[in-house]
Write a protein of this length. Sequence first.
Length: 291
Amino acid sequence: MQGKQQYFETLHTAYGQYFEIDKVLYEQKTPQWHLSIFENRQMGRVMALNGVIQTTERDEFVYHEMMTHVPILAHGDAKKVLIIGGGDGGMLREVVKHHSLESITMVEIDGDVVEMCRQYLPKHSSGAFDDPRVQLIIGDGLAFVRDCQELFDVIISDCTDPVGPGEVLFSSEFYKNCKRCLADKGIFVAQNGVPFMQLAEVQNTVRRMSAYVKDCWFYQAAVPTYVGGNMAFAWATDDQEARQLPLAVLQERFQRAAISTRYYTPALHQASFALPAYVEQAVASAMTVAR
């Protein structure tokens, strides 16, 4: 290891991971953040912000496929999708695969992030920003949903962890306004951390979201570089049947969509809503408090 530069993740106290840095591609330091993009021989290009790994080329497909195809295929007839955040373009790449969508709105607070990722992480977006259905808005996600008069079939919150600027995207106000922007049978999803390490964040989401929807739950996926176990994704909708669809229905929708995936399958979609007992217990406990 001698002489090899390393990046140590600092998201959790007393536990973490490190990446060898083969080459620094981009680095920006301001009073608010420290952003790094570097190459790692195992994970490809890696983006980190303020000591937290945001995305890697090698395993980003797990996160982005599960955040997009689960809600869109569960809905079954989505025409309008809203993405909050997602400046690296990976979420957009997966959303545009659905040719039945008529419009895709993406709200990213920092236009420089979009341009930087198009330059240094081009595989993430793979040309998705050029899709004519896409409207890119550079602005604050909380303000957008507060003022928006449109309705969307699916809303995807691709937010950072609930610290610093990303904290407002885990607030009751944000959830309330996202629900207001959902069309009938609309579905909202958001990344919600790794429950084994961040169980309180799951409970906070339940307390802040469950009052606005009939079905507040979570599904999960194993994203290797989000350290500590399976990642949870928040799920919120008034359509109580959407997360309990028969496998045959999901298979038919997947085949009709004719999309290519590396992680998502209809069977995995259905199974992802089965949660470990300790997560179910935490959700139930938070539900009791919320009511």
